[in-house]
Design a protein around this ligand. Structure first.
Ligand SMILES: NC(=O)c1ccc[n+]([C@@H]2O[C@H](COP(=O)([O-])OP(=O)(O)OC[C@H]3O[C@@H](n4cnc5c(N)ncnc54)[C@H](OP(=O)(O)O)[C@@H]3O)[C@@H](O)[C@H]2O)c1
Length: 171
């Protein structure tokens, strides 16, 4: 019998204000420790893919995760893998065989959304002022399969209704 190798799951992880905002002036315009703990528990042990601006706003590699940073300008540095294209990020992450988490920002989400298998979205209970947003989720493509209410947000897990638009396409 031969072992079958499964493609790692590809999941967008994002926190969104009620009005769709995800960022302001290079950072997240709210501080929500409960969502940060949730983000950590979801992504630990996996591969995180983020854009250069998000990486620089965090300021350090995320521990316990393989950090892939997409950038045409960033120098190689300890603790992260710098790749020069989104395609290179995906190829590197797939080779690692761990779950893949697209962690933003908007540029990375825009490139990931057509291939992600799932979206884990924390919907904050309040609006925010900002300059970067997350698109509306198309209900023809995505369905909520799980939700959990927290004090300041609702955590929603979406999956594709069918695989034909994503990396898990089976025809
Ligand atoms: N609420 C949330 O869950 C959440 C999560 C993450 C981030 N954010 C927020 O989102 C904002 C940042 O988002 P953003 O869209 O401005 O930036 P971003 O996606 O974090 O980073 C953009 C940068 O990534 C690099 N990049 C992206 N695609 C590339 C490609 N195909 N090839 C080469 N390089 C590529 C480029 O870096 P170079 O310029 O170096 O080439 C580009 O300038 C911040 O405010 C951040 O706090 C929010």
């Amino acid at each position: 019998m031969t072992a079958t190798s499964q493609k790692p799951e590809e999941i967008i992880v994002v926190a969104v204000a009620r009005n769709g905002i995800i960022g302001a002036h290079g950072s997240i315009p709210w501080h929500c420790p409960e969502d940060l703990r949730l983000f950590r528990s979801i992504t630990l042990g996996g591969t995180v893919i983020m854009g250069r601006r998000t990486y620089q706003s965090i300021g350090h590699p995320l521990d316990g995760r393989h950090n892939i940073v997409v950038s045409s300008t960033l120098q190689e540095q300890t603790g992260i893998t710098v790749v020069r294209s989104f395609a290179a990020a995906v190829a590197t992450a797939l080779a690692a065989a761990a779950p893949i988490y697209y962690c933003g920002g908007a540029q990375i989400y825009a490139q990931a959304i057509d291939r992600a298998d799932a979206i884990y979205l924390s919907r904050m209970n309040a609006d925010a002022a900002g300059d970067v947003s997350f698109p509306d989720i198309d209900p023809l493509i995505w369905q909520v399969v799980q939700q959990e209410r927290f004090a300041d947000f609702v955590h929603l897990r979406y999956r594709r209704k069918c695989a034909e638009h994503g990396s898990a396409c089976s025809g």
